[in-house]
Design a protein around this ligand. Sequence first.
Ligand SMILES: CC(=O)SCCNC(=O)CCNC(=O)[C@H](O)C(C)(C)COP(=O)(O)OP(=O)(O)OC[C@H]1O[C@@H](n2cnc3c(N)ncnc32)[C@H](O)[C@@H]1OP(=O)(O)O
Ligand SMILES: CC(C)C(=O)C(=O)O
Ligand SMILES: [Mg+2]
Length: 514
Amino acid sequence: MTRKVKIFDTTLRDGEQSPGASMNTDEKLLVARQLLRLNVDVIEAGFPISSPGDFESVRRVAELAGDRATVCALTRAVHKDIDAAADALRYASRPRIHTGIGVSPSHMRDKLRMTEDEVVARAVDCVSYAKRFVEDVEFYAEDAGRSDFDFLVRVIQAVVDAGATVVNIPDTTGYSLPDHYASRIKYLHDNVRGVENVDISVHCHNDLGMATALALAGVRAGATQIECTINGLGERAGNTAMEEVVMAIRMHADELDAHTDVNPREFVKASRLVSSITGMGVQANKAIVGANAFAHSSGIHQDGVLKQRSTYEIIDPAEVGAGQSQIILTARSGHAALKHRLVELGYELGESELDKIYRAFLDLADKKKEVFDEDLESLVGESEREASALYSIVSVQVSSGYPLTPTATVTLRDVNGIETTVCEVGVGPIDAVFKAIGQIVRVEGELTEFAVQSVTRGLAALGEVTVRVAGPGGRVFAGRGADGDIIVSSAKAYVNALNRLLCERMDARAGSVE
Ligand SMILES: CC(=O)SCCNC(=O)CCNC(=O)[C@H](O)C(C)(C)COP(=O)(O)OP(=O)(O)OC[C@H]1O[C@@H](n2cnc3c(N)ncnc32)[C@H](O)[C@@H]1OP(=O)(O)O
Ligand SMILES: CC(C)C(=O)C(=O)O
Ligand SMILES: [Mg+2]
């Protein structure tokens, strides 16, 4: 059995410290509910001295969690902060006070204006004071990532002796390199007496984009608790993202000799909830929970994933609540992806038909970013209409505008391969196109309806035109056409309707000869 690493979530505290991410009590409760579903070990619910609202949030989260998770409140190494935390946690089943002080030369000299001896004394005092209220006291050595190794040992030894149950070694400024951070954790392991009886916690920031790597390096070096947030929210560039660190541990459990009790199936839900509450969007290429984390848009990858998902995915998206791998059809897609989607839509096409649709698909995909199912259905419909056509379009050209007279030049090819070109003017460009087509096809019929609609989203979407033409006996023939250019869609729709009318007349004549 691998060793358990506890997951300490600080979305509601460090996460909420992100500019623009503040949450009110009701919102914090919604997030806390989701953290309970994730089965985290500790929820850091806030900083009670900081405001009446945060005090109330900690109190309500503690009430909500009951004995399902430890609920933690942050303080400075200041008695009144600890009093407020103890008060907010009064009804918690599993309360923890998280207190601490800066230990780097920069924090001691420039921020606290205290000597090393004063900092050690204050650290011991705050842990001892917090112990009067709760058994579980976590001590944070702020800016430990930039502290002197031996001074850090001195502080941590002092707080372990004072009864701290957890020692948090934050890389507050995200300064460390992973191996250096790991050597710091190991140094504490090797030099602090009794440290094996407490949890060593890693709390890393992402200023150099390494918050997850730092936390994992800490775990490798013996840390038994990871502090993290949903979506990696947190001060400045954020904290270690829970979804990243938990999945990395799952994938490398044996090598890291570690596991967590978190339920990864709740990750995507948690990510969306936090993002919608805080208004902080998740970048599409974010690991595990980003919109593109399991999406493939290039042909070689799509072909691989369709043959065997694991060729390009290390995680089953269902495992993190992300549904299925997505195949996004773009101009970079190949035959395999197109065929797969067409089969899913119910079209079993032969090789040459598929080739034909693929060429039309590429033309469209070059014009728009993504080709959707509705686009594909239109492309297939278009191809089927063309296959049964008596007349097919060779070219359509229009000139229109103010003060030009709308003019259309249309070339059609008949079943014998003969091409005819006609130029016409009209009230508008579509009228001119329809008149030119009428001149070539020469069949009696009256246009009774014309409708255009966008097949999918975006300016580059296919426009689909439907027309209705009443034949001599009053029978109505519908025609459809789809193209990125609605004038071309209109021409296709009109020719389609006239082809159907012609077919019907030819069938009728054949019937009367019999
Ligand atoms: C790395 C972290 O994420 S730490 C957590 C950061 N989170 C927050 O700061 C959010 C909540 N903070 C607040 O609401 C307020 O800053 C409060 C209530 C904590 C303090 O407010 P104020 O009393 O007005 O102090 P202010 O914020 O201006 O300055 C902080 C003071 O705390 C001191 N201080 C900072 N950290 C600590 C500490 N861990 N232990 C003891 N004193 C500390 C500073 O040196 C400064 O003291 P000074 O006024 O004597 O110079
Ligand atoms: C308060 C502490 C744990 C912190 O957030 C940090 O040092 O980054
Ligand atoms: Mg922090």
